[in-house]
Ligand binder design. Structure first.
Ligand code: ADP
Length: 179
């Protein structure tokens, strides 16, 4: 299905000049960029994003790290995007991540692990909602999509692309920009 997922390119990636490389990995895989922004994280947003970490002893230090530079937020779309992007990122600790994954290739740390990716479709929807307005998520045609999926997959994608977050019709401001 044409699922959307949420990614944060963390301050260590920005500081190391890796953001372009990480975005390129997703683009080359065939995921479609439908939302992008640079943001300085606020504490309230951070706590909302990481509500599952409430009370953990490393939280304050982690927040300090996460606001060291602005971060880049992405919304990526594609069939099974949530699971694919999580697998592309690798497990939390860069030293344990598979060597072919983003964390496995570029990170030696359990905290300085370059990237955040939503871990379920429900969390992707929730996290996108914290940082993006519906009108900041775009829909546009990518000419290469038809050679990246089979015909039956394309039919499924097209049917489901029309469904927005929570099944509400998706606002498509990007449509106006199509040639
Ligand atoms: P993931 O980012 O792999 O989904 P979590 O949601 O569990 O992992 O944690 C969020 C982030 O908090 C991690 O990516 C990592 O940067 C940091 N973190 C997690 N566990 C620890 C820890 N024990 N010590 C320090 N930082 C941690």
């Amino acid at each position: 299905m044409a699922e959307m997922t949420f990614v944060i390119i963390k301050p260590d990636s920005i500081a190391r000049g890796l953001s372009g490389e990480l975005i390129t990995r997703f683009e080359k895989k065939g995921l479609k960029l439908v939302g992008v922004k640079m943001v300085k994280l606020k504490r309230k947003q951070f706590e909302e994003l990481y509500s599952h970490l409430a009370g953990r002893p490393f939280l304050d230090e982690y927040f300090k790290f996460m606001k060291r530079t602005p971060v880049i937020m992405l919304v990526l779309e594609g069939m099974n995007a949530v699971e694919i992007v999580r697998r592309m990122c690798g497990v939390t600790n860069g030293r344990e991540a598979e060597p072919s994954t983003i964390r496995g290739v570029y990170s030696m740390s359990g905290r300085m692990n370059l990237i955040h990716a939503a871990d379920s479709p429900a969390n992707a929807e929730r996290e996108i909602g914290i940082f993006f307005k519906p009108k900041e998520i775009y829909d546009y045609k990518m000419p290469l999509t038809p050679i990246m999926y089979s015909i039956d997959e394309l039919e499924a994608l097209n049917a489901e692309r029309k469904e927005g977050i929570s099944g509400k019709p998706r606002k498509m401001p990007g449509k106006e920009d199509e040639p």
